[in-house]
Write a protein that binds this ligand. Structure first.
Ligand code: TYD
Ligand code: MG
Length: 451
């Protein structure tokens, strides 16, 4: 047996047998801590582990549990899959504890028992929150502060259906060699919890904090271990909260749940398109409407562009919020090259309103429309929905889910569409007006006429 000393960076998880004042991976100073100095024992195979033939494995119907909090069930892909481990990440204060306490309250109404571990708040604080949420259940059991083995002991006694860990950063891992809140401690605790959950048929929600600067080092390193990863986001000035599925072994990713934080907790927003569409009384330049797919649901969003003369000649600003900056630069280059519009003299700002983001290429033509409309100061009629991907030669390419997008737009009262030529004859939807464009020249001459 040999003695081993290992150091780990608490910021990024880099490990090394040598101590560094500055982490070689993430360049942070004084972030290395000593992990273990114990003896390392050779591993032993466990007698109960055996390989099983696939055809001998019984098929079981997974019956999902619906929480009744509609948007939450949607993000999970239609309710909670039994024995799954679900990670919920988000900045402090966004509402993770509120969400899970609310879900706990709803679950107890259908006879479920919950074990709620909180390493951050006292039982009294949780009671106050529960009162605000109008939850008073004898089936929610609180365990405040404590270690992983305290949690397992409580679970063995109570036999809960669900365990909530609020948060993984504050659950003490028991192993003395690990420091609470470090990456290796979180990984260790999570893997123990996963094994415990699967063995005992318990569903576990794990809360993980991420920091304001978007540093995901903590929960990010757990993503590959758990079944579902959800991120909870929101602007603090607004009461809107967005829950996004980043990974889901049992459902579509990128699915969004949209909530409003009220005085009595979170409520589901049922018609998000209405929320993101502002009805402008006068037509403005630089605006376009796009039905963005989020998982399986289209949501209508507004794209705004502001193109102004740049005071920094030769080095204009290109700033985009909610749309990939590189993709915006690419679209600008296509406009410059193909339509001969000299954007290089202009600062460009692009914003997807309501804190939403476009993560698909189907939004290209709508973004391009907003850019050209602001640059030329022409108004594109705001009852037109624009859909299409733009290629480097200026061609407008087909996109997925075209009918779903159109239907959602119709539901919101839109009747006019600009669509890729390759797709405009394929849609079976009646009573709408379609302008088909094969490339951005077609598009440019159309909006040129409509000013
Ligand atoms: P919280 O769930 O504590 O956030 P997290 O666990 O992600 O750190 O939520 C904190 C915020 O939510 C806090 O600023 C108060 C607000 N809030 C409401 O507006 N309404 C409510 O009913 C509750 C419980 C919280
Ligand atoms: Mg909390």
């Amino acid at each position: 047996m040999k003695k081993k000393v290992l150091f780990e960076c608490i910021e990024c998880g880099y490990q090394s047998p040598k101590y560094y004042g500055k982490c070689p991976q993430c360049q942070n100073w004084n972030s290395m801590v000593e992990l273990s100095s114990g003896d390392i024992e050779p591993g032993q195979p466990s007698p109960e582990r055996q390989a099983v033939s696939l055809s001998h494995i019984e098929e079981t119907q997974t019956k999902r549990t619906l929480t009744g909090l509609q948007e939450f069930d949607r993000v999970l892909g239609g309710g909670i899959v039994p024995d799954s481990v679900i990670l919920i990440g988000g900045e402090p204060g966004v509402g993770k504890s509120t969400l899970l306490l609310e879900v706990s309250g709803i679950l107890t109404r259908t006879g479920k028992k919950i074990l709620y571990f909180s390493g951050e708040e006292s039982a009294h604080q949780i009671k106050i929150r529960a009162k605000r949420l109008k939850i008073d259940s004898s089936d929610i059991f609180l365990l405040t502060m404590g270690t992983l083995s305290d949690l397992k002991k409580a679970a063995n006694e109570l036999k809960p259906h669900f365990i909530i860990i609020d948060s993984i950063q504050t659950l003490h891992p028991d192993k003395h060699s690990l420091i609470s809140g470090s990456i290796s401690s979180m990984k260790w605790a999570t893997s123990e919890i996963i094994e415990f959950a699967k063995k005992n048929g318990i569903t576990v929600f794990v809360i993980g904090h991420i920091t304001k600067d978007g540093s995901l080092a903590g929960p990010k390193t757990l993503e590959h271990m758990v079944d579902v990863v959800l991120y909870f986001q929101g602007e603090f000035k607004s009461d809107l909260r967005i829950l996004r599925a980043e990974k889901n072994r049992f459902g579509p990713v990128n699915e969004l749940g949209i909530f409003q934080m009220t005085g009595q907790g979170l409520t589901s927003i049922k018609d998000p398109s209405q929320l993101f569409l502002q009805h402008h009384s006068v037509a403005e330049s630089g605006i376009s409407i796009f039905p963005a797919m989020n998982g399986l649901r289209p949501i209508l969003i507004e794209i705004q562009a502001l193109v102004t003369e740049s005071p920094f000649s030769g080095n204009p600003r290109r700033i985009s919020v909610g749309f990939d900056n590189y993709r915006m630069s690419m679209l600008i280059s296509v406009i410059e090259k193909k339509l001969k519009l000299p954007f290089f003299k202009s600062d460009v700002f692009l914003n997807v309103t309501g804190g939403m983001s476009i993560r698909e290429t189907a939004g290209d033509l709508s973004v391009l429309s907003a850019l050209i409309s602001s640059y030329k100061n022409i108004t594109v009629p705001q009852d037109i929905v624009i859909i299409g991907e733009v290629g480097l030669t200026g061609e407008v390419r087909s996109v997925g889910f075209i009918d779903n997008r159109i239907k959602e737009a119709i539901r919101q009262g839109f009747k006019q569409f600009i669509l890729p030529a390759s797709q405009s004859s394929l849609t079976h939807i009646k009573n709408i007006s379609i302008t088909s464009v094969a490339n951005i020249f077609d598009f440019y001459s159309y909006i040129g006429k409509s000013r």
